[in-house]
Write a new protein. Structure first.
Length: 346
């Protein structure tokens, strides 16, 4: 992608929409920098999503926060701003769970979310999948791309997503379509060359404000999520240290997860597929890419004894377990195993 010529750009920026007050707090230096409060971070990110701040200010704020280290209050405030830009939607429905994987996707591994979501919905879970495409730095394969390859339509807004969930039990929406301000930031993010704080915050978007499954790559972020999701008011969150930071449980090795529920301490768990008789082939040996992921998804859902079936059962059971209160995980596995015949592909 060619670098934009901002000097000759016709874009005009509102001088009153400056990030300077926030830069003066976070960009002073190693001794003088201060964290933004939740409300300050919300204000700053609402300005960014408005599309009227200068790209230099966006880059300066992003890198200053990266050097300083992103505070919980800054992550929480950014998510608040994302929610400010979500269209008003009626999310009143039972057994609803939001899946929020990294929006830059995977670049060399199987994407399990589409097949497992179809199976979880067949078991009665209501699943909102948040996805995107062409998000730097990875620009990998995402659930929405695979859903399209399987012949399914995507939602263009959160209200449309809620309608689709009521109709078919699941929906996938691309976040940069539902929150247009994020789409305009993709080019700036690529020019930065480093993952911004947005990469963490995007995985915490949850317009339904209900149960959430999100993915992280690094262990310290896994532990940081406890305070962040509690402050956001989510009643139940499962943070998965999945393949390439996704919500996909590893099908051939244990996966670290953190279960965070209102009124109780966070639980650090190690999900081991061998304990449930679901150990399957290593992801590195399975197809990847758009065609490979779509083909394997179809094969698994249409073939009862497919060698990759345990991985879909495992991840679908996770969605059912978090969506439906009071369920035992082993019961969820048995339920997903028995519902393969209920999954119809478009």
């Amino acid at each position: 992608m060619a670098s934009p010529d901002y000097a000759s750009s016709n874009t005009t920026y509102n001088r009153g929409m400056s990030l300077k007050p926030y830069l003066q707090r976070v960009g002073v230096g190693p001794r003088g920098s201060k964290d933004l409060t939740r409300e300050e971070a919300r204000e700053a990110n609402n300005l960014i999503l408005s599309g009227e701040v200068h790209p230099v200010e966006f880059g300066a704020l992003t890198m200053a926060m990266r050097v300083k280290g992103e505070a919980d209050s800054e992550l929480i405030g950014a998510v608040d701003a994302f929610h400010d830009h979500c269209d008003p939607t009626d999310w009143e429905m039972e057994n609803l769970v939001t899946l929020a994987s990294p929006l830059d996707g995977k670049d060399r591994l199987m994407v399990w979310t589409p097949a497992s979501t179809l199976l979880a919905a067949a078991c009665g879970a209501k699943v909102l999948v948040l996805s995107d495409r062409d998000v730097p730095p990875k620009k990998g394969i995402t659930p929405s791309i695979i859903f399209e390859a399987l012949g399914y339509s995507l939602a263009r807004s959160f209200s449309e997503a809620a309608d689709q969930i009521r109709e078919r039990g699941w929906s996938c929406v691309e976040v940069s379509q539902a929150i247009p301000g994020l789409n305009s930031l993709k080019e700036w993010r690529e020019l930065l060359g480093k993952r911004p704080y947005l990469s963490t915050c995007e995985k915490l978007i949850n317009p339904a404000k209900g149960a959430l499954i999100t993915g992280v790559f690094h262990g310290p972020v896994l532990r940081q999520m406890d305070h962040v999701v509690r402050e956001l008011g989510y009643p139940k969150t499962l943070v998965v240290q999945g393949t390439q930071g996704s919500v996909d449980l590893k099908a051939s090795a244990p996966t670290n997860v953190c279960l965070i529920k209102e009124g109780s301490d966070a639980e650090m768990l190690k999900m081991d597929p061998s304990e449930f008789g679901l150990l399957t082939v290593a992801e590195e040996l399975l197809p990847s890419g758009i065609e490979g992921c779509a083909r394997l998804s179809r094969e698994v859902l249409k073939t009862h004894d497919h060698h990759a079936k345990p991985a879909v059962v495992y991840n679908a059971a996770l969605q059912v377990w978090i969506a439906m209160e009071g369920r035992d995980f082993r019961d969820c596995i048995e339920q997903t195993q028995s519902h393969f015949d209920s999954v119809g592909l478009d």
